[in-house]
Write a protein that binds this ligand. Structure first.
Ligand SMILES: [Mg+2]
Length: 213
């Protein structure tokens, strides 16, 4: 597929376990936006001390783990382009996030992020297909984890998350946490396949009706 798009996609903490990677048997996955879905939205989160899990998020992820569904984080991190943090600091935040989830026996199989933005600095100043609503992160993860995008669901708190999912034929749930408090009220929110109060409610819907295991 699109090798060119994948060149700019960045990855942190990819789970090397091969159990989800049989290309003969592509699986549905759940893609999660990070800020406002898993952890509390903070304006350009750049310090690990600002990282706080949203209530019920870890348990919700664990339920997906228990159902054998790959869980992949896809997150725009233009704070890197804007100079609020560098990629090493972002890695520390992601290590802390994985550790916090691990304490609740929850895990994500990898974190895909886009550090770019048109208003960024240096090499980070660029248009990028990996920045949502672009599809680069989803396409890369689908190749690397043998995921069937059209059977998958993305959970996000912004319209751009919904559009990224629909761009690759996946379905999209918007949550009311984070920016979702506002964005679910906007007319564009009708583009979402479902609106849930939070990740926990989104996972109820996914396991109940969207992904059959
Ligand atoms: Mg978000």
């Amino acid at each position: 597929m699109s090798g060119q798009a994948n060149e700019t996609v960045r990855r942190h903490l990819i789970d090397p376990a091969p159990r989800f990677r049989d290309r003969r048997n592509v699986l549905p996955a759940v893609f999660l936006d990070r800020d406002g879905v898993i952890n509390e939205e903070v304006h350009y989160l750049s310090h690990v001390e600002e990282l706080k899990l949203i209530d019920g998020a870890a348990t919700a992820i664990r339920r997906l783990n228990d159902a054998g569904i790959p869980v992949i984080v896809v997150t725009n991190q233009s704070g890197v382009a804007r100079g609020y943090l560098n990629e090493d600091q972002l890695f520390v935040i992601h290590q802390a996030l994985i550790a916090m989830l691990g304490q609740k026996k929850a895990s994500v199989q990898g974190i895909y992020y886009s550090p770019f933005h048109m208003k960024g600095e240096g090499d980070y100043r660029r248009e990028s297909d990996c920045r949502k609503p672009g599809s680069g992160m989803l396409v890369a993860a689908a190749e690397e984890f043998a995921i069937s995008l059209t059977d998958s669901v993305l959970v996000g708190d912004r319209i751009n998350d919904v559009r990224a999912a629909h761009g690759v034929g996946a379905r999209a749930i918007m949550v009311r946490t984070g920016h979702g408090a506002k964005e679910t009220q906007s007319p564009e929110a009708t583009e979402a396949d479902f609106i849930a109060d939070d990740l926990s409610a989104a996972v109820d819907h996914i396991l109940g009706t969207m992904i059959k295991r």
